[in-house]
Structures are given as C-alpha cells and as structure tokens.
Design a protein around this ligand. Structure first.
Ligand SMILES: Cc1ncc(COP(=O)(O)OP(=O)(O)O)c(N)n1
Ligand SMILES: Cc1nc(C(=O)O)sc1CCOP(=O)(O)O
Ligand SMILES: [Mg+2]
Length: 209
C-alpha cells in the first residue's frame, strides 16, 4: 500500500447523473491511491450496487476502497471504513473488520481526538477542514501548524481534508500530511478527462514533496 497519495472522495450530489463510475475511473487512472465512497442518500440498494461497482474498479486499479459512515457495508464488501465523531464506535469497527482493515477517523482540529481514535484502533487520522469547503462549509477549521504537531506526535498516516485544490495543497504537504483527501477540487470538473488530469497533478505534487 502506498504511504502517501491522493485520497479521492465521492459525493452523491456532485457525482449524480451517471458521473460516479466514469469520474472515479478517471481519478484512478490519474493515480488516486485511496477512494472513499461517500453517499448520503440513505438508499441501501443503490449504495450496495454502487459500492460493489467501485470495489471492482478499485481492484482493477490497485486502489484501496473505503466506505464512509457504514460499517455493515464495509464489512459486507471486505473493504475499509471511515467514521466521523457521530458515526459509531471505532473500537467496534476494528473488532468487526479485523486487524488488517484500513479504518480512519475524523479528528477535526484536535490532537486529543486523534489520540483517542488511535487508542480505539484507527489506522489513520484525518484533520480538517483546512480551507473553505464547498462540500462542507460548516466543518471546524484546522491549521497547518496542527498538522506539524500531529506529524511529530504520530507515526500513522495523516490525512488532510477540506477545500483542498491544486493551488493550495503544497502548504499541507510541507506540514507533513501523507494523503490529500479531496472532493470538489478533484470531482468538481466539467468532464472525466479533467478529473484524470487533476488526479495526475495531485499525485505528482505529492510525490515531489
Ligand atoms: C478522510 C476523511 N476525513 C474526514 C471526513 C469527514 O467525516 P465526517 O465528519 O463523518 O463527515 P461526513 O463525511 O460523513 O459528512 C471524511 N469523510 N473523510
Ligand atoms: C467531508 C468533509 N469533512 C471535512 C472535515 O473537515 O472533517 S471537510 C469535508 C468536505 C471535503 O470536501 P471538499 O474537498 O470539496 O472541500
Ligand atoms: Mg460521517
């Protein structure tokens, strides 16, 4: 598994109207290393069908798939899981998915939440939001200084999220982040070709840092 890279996250509103699969495939062709399926529709049948298709795509492109919010779906597909503060217990998720599963936790701007997430069995810790986010404008703000402190304190992969674009990502890489988690800065594009180009540019930026 790659130790640094682009962490592409889908959004059910942004990738509606048949965009999900072609846009995700473009991100994978551009070098995204992790993909999070983030669907807020509450439609269990649609979620299982889409996540199963993404699992096949990820397998073909050697990309790690994670499911947002939904332990049962992650378990059913045998893939990773991302949980926020209100999405259930990381400890129970670790017990259910086993020692090898990739499990991440939202830590907002708090090293204390990160410590707790790791005690509970998280494989990675995610901080944000770093910039204004179209997708989640209300998320609490975090700073690059926090990333620097986290880098000194923790050896697990550190993820940065929130308003990340090709123009502002370098500050976060300089501060020690391992994965850039991006929704709009990647998938908010007019076509799949642009998504692939952006994914390649993000990947190059990460590996040059
Ligand atoms: C990598 C990563 N970091 C943070 C989040 C946010 O999780 P959460 O706070 O549960 O918000 P939703 O994504 O569920 O709206 C994330 N999904 N991924
Ligand atoms: C889902 C999410 N969580 C955040 C947090 O700070 O925890 S920010 C965010 C939105 C990320 O999307 P975009 O790249 O479009 O800003
Ligand atoms: Mg959540």
């Amino acid at each position: 598994m790659s130790e640094r890279g682009l962490y592409a996250i889908t959004d059910s509103a942004l990738l509606a109207d048949g965009k999900l699969l072609p846009y995700v495939e473009a991100a994978l062709l551009g070098g995204a290393r992790w993909l999070q399926y983030r669907d807020k529709s509450g439609d269990a049948g649609k979620r299982l069908a889409e996540a199963s298709q993404l699992a096949e795509l990820c397998c073909a492109h050697d990309c790690q798939l994670l499911i947002n919010d939904d332990l049962a779906l992650a378990d059913q597909l045998g893939v990773g899981l991302h949980l926020g503060q209100d999405d259930g217990s990381l400890r129970e998720a670790r017990q259910q998915l086993g020692p090898d599963a990739l499990i991440g936790g939202t830590c907002h701007a708090s090293l204390q939440l990160a410590e707790r997430a790791l005690e509970d069995g998280a494989s990675y810790i995610a901080f944000g939001r770093f910039f204004n986010s179209v997708t989640k404008p209300g998320a609490p703000a975090a700073t690059p200084e926090l990333l620097r402190s986290a880098r000194q304190q923790f050896s697990v992969p550190i993820i940065a999220i929130g308003g990340i674009t090709l123009d502002n990502a370098s500050t976060l890489l300089d501060a020690g982040t391992d994965y850039l988690a991006v929704i709009n800065g990647l998938f908010g594009a007019p076509d799949a070709e642009t998504v692939q180009h952006r994914a390649r540019q993000f990947s190059q930026l990460i590996h040059a840092s």
